[in-house]
Design a protein around this ligand. Structure first.
Ligand code: PLP
Length: 225
């Protein structure tokens, strides 16, 4: 099942990229494995998947231990509590959900010297719902500048989780706005647009996603917790 879904998603990404005149190789699939057992990750891994995303620190560390022998690139995509930054800095390759300078500073300070700089995306809230985390578009230029100064981080781009929309054009809009805002910064190091989940994958690719975060379409529906 997982292998079949993985192949379908790969085909979907490829087709969406071609439809929007993009190189299919420019869109990376991040398999979102939150709430899934390590054995599900192992199945996807055997089928060639290397990038996995987790939302809960404790849960992720446990799976990382179980999968120690696997050459996985781990991405953290969940809300960040400041008492978890040390573990994130030591055990992940990417953190997509940075939305405060304070958190970025801690991640930089706590990144072990033996590891390469931690890849960072700033989470930007483009639907401007009060309940969602993420910085505003207005805060983006300043925060980019400040994070670029931190020695053990490598700022790679932005992550967005827009409020769910049914309609394709509505799905595209926030991504388009954020893509243009990043372009305007004119920083070639910002090469990552962490856009799109199961429900809006095509719209995200149409608007420049370089990394799509897919859980449900790959592993099936999650149980409500
Ligand atoms: C859970 C989650 C996903 C995956 O969502 P699906 O709809 O299951 O594909 C992607 N990004 C973030 C930040 C998530 O928390």
């Amino acid at each position: 099942m997982i292998v079949q879904s993985l192949n379908q998603i790969r085909a979907h990404i490829r087709q969406a990229a071609l439809d929007y005149h993009r190189d299919p190789e420019s869109v990376l699939l991040l398999a979102v494995s939150k709430t899934r057992p390590a054995k599900d990750i192992a199945v996807a891994y055997q089928a060639g998947q290397r990038h996995f995303g987790e939302n809960y620190c404790q849960e992720a560390l446990k799976k990382q231990q179980e999968l120690g022998a696997f050459d996985i690139t781990w991405h953290f995509i969940g809300p960040i509590q400041s008492n978890k930054t040390r573990a994130l800095a030591a055990h992940f390759d990417w953190v997509h959900s940075v939305d405060k300078l304070k958190i970025a500073q801690r991640l930089s300070e706590q990144r072990p010297d033996t590891l390469p700089p931690l890849n960072i995306c700033l989470q930007v809230n483009i639907s401007s719902e009060e309940t969602k985390s993420g910085i505003s578009l207005e805060e983006l230029p300043e925060l980019c500048k400040e994070i670029a100064e931190l020695p053990h981080l490598k700022l790679r781009g932005v992550m967005a989780i827009p409020s769910p929309q049914e309609e394709f054009e509505q799905q595209r809009r926030p991504y388009k706005i954020l893509y243009q805002a990043v372009e305007k910064l004119g920083n070639p190091e910002l090469d990552t647009f962490s856009f799109g989940m199961t429900g809006d994958l095509t719209a995200a690719i149409a608007e420049g996603a370089t990394l799509v975060r897919i859980g449900t379409a790959l592993f099936g529906a999650r149980e409500q917790v």
